[in-house]
Ligand binder design. Structure first.
Ligand code: DX5
Ligand code: ZN
Length: 219
């Protein structure tokens, strides 16, 4: 994976206007976003329902952007094929889900897609240590997954550093993504802690100047 920027920004379309999704995606692409964060929720793993494979497929037709799919679903293993054939470039699933972690990583990898693991706020950093060599990214949730517009949880910063330190030993190229309550001030704290991919929904899509908002997260 080659990205232009060292600190990458992945706007979450959860805060976009679903009725003009193509238009909103084009706005963040022009604004310099490095990838597009697609939040998939099943109403079981999290108390909210968002979108599924048909929408990912439509997005794939509408843009060349790198599609970073965050699955907040109970049984990710069962849906890997659907998201792969819909055009996902990276599939991130929760270590707390019901699926076998190793088997799910293998399934994503064998399809030629980037595997990533996600941890909820209550999950310890070391839970992902056994898998760091096999994945391309860890997503550290900085809010409880399920909804946009929540406040950043500062306690998550030490987990980012713990994962970065361990990754430096076993997989230095590992990306660390943060998701939830990311605004310039919290983005800075996360980058200092060791994160290099910033997901942001309400801050970016609520901004008058999207390009400026994206750049302000990188600084
Ligand atoms: C929350 C989602 C996030 C959400 C972030 O469960 O995973 O991607 O869109 O939204 P903000 O940036 O508004 O906190
Ligand atoms: Zn997300």
């Amino acid at each position: 994976m080659n990205f232009k920027n060292e600190i990458k920004v992945s706007p979450s379309i959860l805060s976009a206007d679903y009725a003009s999704l193509k238009n909103d995606i084009e706005k963040v692409r022009i604004g310099g976003a490095d990838m597009l964060h697609v939040d998939v929720m099943d109403g079981h793993f999290v108390p909210n329902i968002s979108i599924g494979p048909p929408v990912v497929k439509a997005i794939r037709k509408a843009t060349d952007m790198f599609l970073d799919c965050h699955l907040m679903i109970s049984n990710p293993y069962d849906y890997i094929d659907a998201f792969v054939s819909s055009g996902a470039d990276l599939i991130a699933f929760h270590v707390e889900s019901n699926s076998d972690v190793k088997a799910t990583i293998e399934k994503i990898k064998s399809a030629g897609v980037s595997p990533a693991l996600v941890i909820k706020p209550a999950t310890k950093a070391e839970t992902v240590f056994p898998y760091l060599e096999d994945i391309d990214m860890v997503l550290v949730m900085t809010v409880e997954p399920g909804f946009g517009g929540q406040s950043f949880m500062r306690d998550m910063l030490s987990k980012i550093t713990e994962i970065r330190e361990q990754a430096n030993k076993v997989n230095p190229g590992l990306m660390i993504q943060v998701d939830g309550g990311i605004v310039p001030e919290t983005a800075k704290l996360c980058v200092e802690a060791g994160a290099d991919v910033l997901v942001s929904g309400s801050y970016i899509f609520g901004a008058d100047n999207i390009e400026k908002a994206i750049n302000s997260l990188r600084q």
